[in-house]
Design a protein around this ligand. Structure first.
Ligand SMILES: *[C@@H]1O[C@H](CO)[C@@H](O)[C@H](O)[C@H]1NC(C)=O
Ligand SMILES: *[C@@H]1O[C@H](CO)[C@@H](O)[C@H](O)[C@H]1NC(C)=O
Length: 354
């Protein structure tokens, strides 16, 4: 609820800041054309797609200076850029031929001025905007950026309003007509050599990297990539490979323990089965002896006793342990429920108690 009025306030404030509200054909006053305070953006009564003509009406712009002009919908028709030798003024009414030295130009529109004959030598190939094709517009006058070391130069200081969060501060941009690699010293107004990394400075323009740090020395360019030390790569590499090896070793140890446990289980199972086998053999032996000792049972159970005696004779050397019928059923029960050592141990204890 509270956001709505604020949004409306901001949107209306922004439209009034970026451009006027008069559309094509509506009236306007040429005298209202101005640069906005703080941003120095061009402003007129007309909206972004029109300019204020000398007749006092807004007309569609006849040229653009930006590749992607502000204030046009996607896929809308945009006015053409000007060919070489011409420029599009801030108003955007029509292309004009380059301006010769000493004629009036608009703020920061170095491109409006005619380049010097040796513009290839004077042009600023860095992206810091010291000049355009060797020409520069200072204090609304066209000149060439051709002044050499120690010679008098001109300077133009523009105070922009900058914001850091809610804090407002002044950002002064200082430009001069010295050659590339030099700067126009603001006090003596002579061209001086730009400073190397680490030298003391008062303004960005004094540094080769165009970045005077707050502690007063030239720092690396604000757009220079951040280089990391060899040790960072080493630490990251060790971290990656160390992590891999620790994981592998941990898994190996875990699996080895599991394997040992499995082997122990199988061994227990084997011992148990062997024990069962011996027990069965002993039971058979007992049964055989008890049948043989029965009086007169010889002739009646001859067939079964033969089988028993044949089987029993193989294990005749095993030690005799007495087993009752109750005991054998307990064993079978334990065999069914066996899969852990405790059942086996319990059985062994029972056996030893007997
Ligand atoms: C447009 O014209 C009307 C009346 O003719 C006037 O009141 C208004 O101020 C004008 N607007 C501008 C921006 O000049
Ligand atoms: C330097 O530029 C100015 C215009 O700004 C011009 O009048 C002057 O002749 C140029 N000097 C040289 C040596 O080219």
């Amino acid at each position: 609820m509270l956001l709505l009025p604020i949004t409306l306030l901001f949107s209306s404030w922004f439209t009034s800041v970026y451009a006027g509200s008069q559309t094509k054909g509506q009236n306007c006053t040429v005298g209202n054309n101005r640069l906005q305070i703080g941003t120095y953006q061009f402003h007129s009564d007309c909206d972004t797609q029109t300019y204020c003509s000398s007749q006092g009406t807004c007309e569609l712009k006849g040229c653009r200076k930006d590749q992607y002009p502000f204030g046009y919908p996607i896929d809308a028709w945009v006015p053409p850029k000007c060919p070489s030798g011409q420029f599009c003024p801030d108003e955007g009414d029509a292309c004009q031929p380059w301006l010769p030295v000493d004629s009036a130009c608009q703020l920061n529109r170095d491109d409006q001025c005619e380049p010097p004959p040796n513009w290839q030598d004077l042009t600023d190939t860095s992206k810091y905007g010291r000049n355009v094709n060797g020409s520069v517009c200072l204090n609304n006058v066209c000149m060439w950026a051709n002044v050499t070391v120690g010679l008098p130069c001109e300077v133009e200081n523009t105070a922009y309003i900058a914001y850091a969060g809610t804090d407002e501060f002044i950002d002064i941009v200082s430009r001069g007509n010295c050659q590339v690699g030099l700067y126009c010293e603001s006090q003596s107004l002579v061209c001086m050599q730009t400073k190397q990394l680490g030298e003391t400075c008062d303004a960005d323009k004094e540094c080769l990297t165009f970045n005077c740090l707050s502690k007063g020395v030239c720092g690396p360019g604000a757009d220079s990539p951040n280089h990391l030390g060899i040790w960072v790569y080493s630490v990251v590499g060790i971290g990656i490979f160390g992590g891999m090896f620790v994981t592998l070793i941990t898994l190996f140890l875990i699996h080895r323990r599991q394997r040992d446990q499995e082997r122990e289980k199988r061994l227990q199972y084997w011992r148990e089965q062997n024990q069962f086998r011996q027990s069965i053999m002993q039971m058979k032996e007992i049964a055989r002896t008890s049948i043989l000792s029965l009086p007169g049972g010889n002739g009646h159970n001859s067939n079964r006793s033969t089988v028993c005696s044949r089987a029993g004779s193989e294990e005749s050397s095993t030690p005799m342990i007495q087993y009752s019928v109750h005991k054998s059923s307990g064993l079978r029960q334990q065999y069914v429920s066996d899969d852990n050592g405790s059942a086996y141990n319990e059985m062994m204890m029972q056996e030893s108690r007997r």
